[in-house]
Ligand binder design. Sequence first.
Ligand code: NOJ
Ligand code: CA
Length: 705
Amino acid sequence: MNCLVRILLPFMLISSNLYSQNNLSLSSPSGNFAFSFILQDGVPSYQLSFKNLPVIEDSKLGLVAGSVDFSRNLTLKNFETSSFNETWEPVWGEVKEILNNYNELRVTLQTNDSKPKHFSVVFRLFDDGLGFRYEFPQQEHLSYFTVLNEITQFTLTANHIAFWIPGDFDSNEYIYTKSRIDEINTNSGHEYNEISLKTIPDSDVVQTPLMLKSDTGLYINIHEAALVNFPVMQLNVDKQNFVLSSLLVPDAVGVKAHLQTPCKSPWRTILVSDDARDILASKTILNLNDPSKIEDPSWIKPQKYIGIWWELHIGKSSWNYADISNIKLENIDYDTVKSNGRHGATTERTKYYIDFASEHGFDGVLIEGWNTGWEDWYGNWKEEVFDFVTPYPDFDLEYLADYAASKNVKLIMHHETSGSVTNYERRLEAAFNLMKKFGYETVKTGYVGRIIPRGEHHDGQWMTDHFIRVVEKAAQYKIMVNSHESSRPTGLHRTYPNWLSSEAARGNEFNAWSKGNPPSHETILPFTRLMGGPMDYTPGIFKLKLNQYKKDENFSVKTTLCKQLALYVTMYSPLQMAADLPENYLLFPDAFNFIKDVAVDWDDTKILFAEPGEYLAIARKAKNLDDWFVGAITAEKEKSLIIDLDFLTPGINYEATIYTDKKHASYLGTADAYGITKRVVTSTDNISFRMVPGGGAAISLKPVK
Ligand code: NOJ
Ligand code: CA
């Protein structure tokens, strides 16, 4: 390309052949980000700066596709720029309207051989960060190919603080470590024995979303958007040079992805701000996903649910019906075998939950352990475990369907696959047909254990495709999905709004049977796991000391009761569980009111205070109402906050109900000590409170009638 200088508003594009370098620049709509693409001696790279401060220094781009190296020896074929500005409405979400505004640069690069192949790198620069992906159009000399490696780098400017979990091809249920980049070592100083299935590739690999903080006060978040037909990206850490590079999860034959043109990679995302609140408010990951594929989403409903669940995790009852071992599942005659007397999902117990849901206004009841197979479900890498259609003899599917319908409660189906995904796919239609027959509109899926097809990983391309096959099939049946042990989300709930929530991180369940989640955990998750989408964290535990269930003294939920309330606001999901046993809620009826009141779908969200690993306060406006809910949480340290109520509609009186930790409360001691005060307030008032170690506060604000 000839020496050329063009100034186009809002882009500045400079291209020059001096030293065989091409340099293309782009700025974000407000001009706070500057981006350059560089092709130097055939090697593509990029740089990013925010408010004139470098964020990403020269970092390589490209992929190795079979024998074709799309990261070197390339020439610039052409480039295009464009701008985009639209506002769209999510089916459900944290806000009513989302602005999607970016400047785009599309660079097409070509190999230098006798059969040239080309691909494009598409960069979208928003006012809160950058997304880019690789696109391989249909072309003469490139059809099928395998991805052997992705070359993408993120070269950081210094030894930032990182909030990380170990790279792992099968699990993301880890506690976060906060350390400098050069201190990352996933092998030493950590006990990971609570993770049942671990596939840690190397001591220098971490997962995304990765949250970083620079000493200059920049917050940087690295993740991906629209993970479709591609493996999960994890990050290899070069601790000397602070270079993170893409490590794609391999498949059973050691390849990263099998592709055919036309095809594209997911977006790689870098969000940046000097205010941590902007990271949480960012909609860039959603914007990089395709619009909803579901034309009529009227059947998709945000919901609050209870379920036969926590009692299983604390060992009060069991998933399995009988205590038998050493017998093949297909040889068990459930009609003659004796119940162990502890089976949780009985008709009677389910009725009790349905009655409770109906009385207290919950939409759904989840029942785990309703179906045969739990006697030998885990650890043996078995193909045939569950059939997803046969109930245990003490669970009357038909009667309970009628009973739930008579009480206006929806039952939530549970499909634990035990990792045998081939088996699940074979039986999926039958399972969904059964659900529809008995009025179940939501399914919770689970993938505990090693994957079948054997050799595949939870985070590989095959499983990415599986998770999407399930939500697409579910959409055909008008079924909503909550997936556990799936790969962490990348904003696909925009495209498939029936994918209501997923777990894909260390949830509250770990507090039931492991050393638990430290108080900082819930202040880090919004900056990491939740950047990709809602989490089914299952909050709402009121009986926090688990020795009340004859468990060891050490077992406890490491929060105060008020913090459990606040999590309904700080841990965003359109599907929220009240996870404790119904009888425990009756012990704290006034605190329970907050869980009953709190909304699950929102018109607006204000991130009031945020610092990863320390504290968080969020206010949200309930959908189609003028009710606001505030959740505030702290980590190990106590924290006082003053909440300005300027988000309220001016001139209206609101009744504020304020749930706060008692002075002497602490996650280590009296965790369930709280107080409730009521006040009439307006938008010019403020509310101040103190959160104790591991504590929180919750506030509801409703117009006075
Ligand atoms: C792990 C899931 O996260 C949990 O919610 C479920 O109860 C168990 N697997 C059993 O399926
Ligand atoms: Ca889990």
